[in-house]
Design a protein around this ligand. Structure first.
Ligand code: PEP
Length: 259
């Protein structure tokens, strides 16, 4: 049984005041979520403030990216020890916006993922094809390349501590989500690859989230797919009520699966 996981990616949104209000809304609205794990990833400038608000509660803190070195002359970067110090236990790696806008390569993503595992944070490795790649029938080739490169040199025990997110680029921020069948097809493929890279048993324990225009309205059908172990949510995580709506749907599915 894989506990559903819902992660909010706030991207580059929100002042400190807005981040505090959103975090307080989530804290008050999700006092004891059952059958689901919840993480939010605010911008760096809000991490410490959000951490203070969420400390002691069930919602955990994550970052949107990190540098793979612990310290050094890397202007503008944030290290994993810095993230851990403010309470982050999770970090996204390989989000398509960073691959595209910041030119992050599979090799750099692998360095970050391995550094996170070495320092005890959970990496959430994002993979996904563009619309053009899907049109050309390259969906599986693309996600397989990203997965193999992202997990290069990572042992079975460490793969077991990793979370994957299937995020088709054409579905991110567009309002067009993958259908449950499309998500399940790719996620099942990724799980098959995990069996090969780690072991069949480990592959069954790794959570694979779906991300791309998830809203309270479509969360239920997506999360009902056995291959979809939760959601990575961008736009809809910026409003406390809509994010809570998604978490409640995941909780219902998670609790039902346990009974
Ligand atoms: C994301 O940023 O990972 C994402 C899935 O965004 P959205 O939910 O807005 O499509």
């Amino acid at each position: 049984m894989r506990t559903p996981l819902v992660i909010g990616n706030w991207k580059m949104h929100g002042t400190l005041v807005e981040a505090r209000a959103l975090a307080a809304g989530l804290r008050d609205g999700l006092k004891r979520p059952r059958g689901v794990q919840v993480v939010v990833c605010p911008p760096f400038t809000s991490l410490a403030a959000v951490s203070e608000i969420l400390t002691g509660g069930p919602i955990q803190l994550g970052a949107q990216t990190c540098h793979h070195e612990a310290a050094g002359a890397h202007t503008g970067e944030i290290s994993i020890p810095m993230l851990a110090e403010v309470g982050c236990r999770w970090t996204l790696v390989g989000h398509s916006e960073r691959r595209k806008e910041m030119g992050e390569s599979d090799q750099l993503i692998n360095l970050k993922l391995r550094a996170l595992l070495a320092q005890g944070l959970t990496p959430v490795l994002c993979v996904g094809e563009t619309a053009e790649e899907r049109r050309q029938g390259l969906t599986f080739t693309t996600v397989e390349g990203q997965l193999r490169a992202g997990l290069a040199g990572v042992g079975t025990d460490e793969i077991a501590k990793t979370v994957l997110a299937y995020e088709p680029v054409w579905a991110i921020g567009t309002g067009v989500n993958a259908s449950p069948t499309q998500a399940a097809e790719v996620q099942g493929y990724l799980r098959g690859l995990l069996s090969e890279l780690a072991s069949k048993e480990t592959a069954q324990t790794v959570r694979i989230l779906y991300g791309g225009s998830v809203k309270a309205e479509n969360a239920e059908v997506l999360l009902a797919e056995p291959e979809v172990d939760g959601a990575l949510v961008g736009g809809a995580s910026l409003n406390a009520q809509s994010f809570i709506g998604i978490v409640r749907k995941a909780a219902r599915i998670g609790t039902a699966a346990k009974e």
